[in-house]
Unconditional design. Sequence first.
Length: 451
Amino acid sequence: MPVRGILLALWIFPSLPLCIFRPFYGIVLWTIISFTSVQWYTYSAYELPWAQLVAAPTIIGALVFGRGWRNFLSTQGMLMVLLWIWFTVTTLTAVDTPILSDNAEWTWYRWGFVTKIMLMTVIAIAVLDSFERLRNLVLVIAGCFGIFVVKCLPFLISQGGEDRVYGPEKSMIADNNDFGLALNMTMPLFFYLAQSETRPWAKRLFYFLTVATVPAIFFTYSRGALVGLVAVTGVMFLQLKQRRFLVPIFLVAVSVAVLMAPDKWKDRMDPTRQDAMDGSAYSRINAWTFSWRLACDYPVTGGGFDTFTKELFLRYAPTPGDVHGPHSIYFGVLAEHGFAGLALYVTFVLSCLVSLRRILRFARARGDDLVANYANMFTISIIGFLISGFFLGRQYFDYMFTIVACVIALKRTVAGRWREQDEEAEAPPEEDADSMTGDPTPAHGEAVVQW
């Protein structure tokens, strides 16, 4: 085994017992492996199921030592359970329907894949029981994508933007469109971490990554990612009180990207050119029409996971030979789980935005800029997913479910954080406390915020 594989093994295998006794460490390790696919850089050890090796002891540790299981009793937690139940119902229905049963093997495989993602989301919710742990996980996520951004910059400069930027092989972001989606979701993390961090070097680093992410998104050559970038920066501009910080950053980033942009990038992004409706655009329309027609025939449960098959395209697609994935999170859920599944999915995601909006309102009323920054970063990250996702078929994106876990953790930890602040503010001065008779401990009141 080459040196890289040995180093990876020396890191992972001794960590497995630690994942049992420190399940939060297991979640961090699982996040790094899932987001970066670090095993593919070893050239030898990639065949081992590294994520599963880490997941198993982490699940055991969370069941034994997890202190945040009550966090799961939230609106988002309950909606995720309902969503998983509905996914199971649509899977059982699809494999029992003659016209859909030919794809049963892949339907069950996809169900298992999505179930694993949702299970690890539940475990993350259970171990994210403090604001400090939430902050550390966000820093890990930002670090994973920060490495990709820094790594692609020399490539962009040397190639002059002539070639597309892709994520690591065999990862959830291997495709250029998926990579652009992930970067749109990460740019708010970079920016608001720069606003939140007190260490000068960390501030400078995250501001740099915010700027560097813009050309990285540009040169994925993904039009859906470009639309998402416009939406993300627009919402960031509207949400930020001190807009003077964002304007120069955005202008510098866009200027660098435009100056580097070759003619073929400009032609691809130009909506006014005569051949703007290229093969990719027609494939999207074909897949969306297929999804709508299939859902009209199976409006309640849809066609089940991985229903975008050659046989069904012959029946429902305007261009039967052009078989593609959904090219949209919305049409993907519609085709696979029907109108009921789409309504439940959208409700699940929008409930996160509603909760974050409430947190932001309370944080601003209390003058808690740190919590406000975290509420903003998760809000804009989800908006980036929703906007870019209209053109990209990543409805079961690992990253999105991780953000949901962070939202639930933020809801639960800020209530305790604010309660402690109120108790400290109400506590008598130390010299007065010394002179008090009886029990000097102030009575514990109810949480300031009820979610």
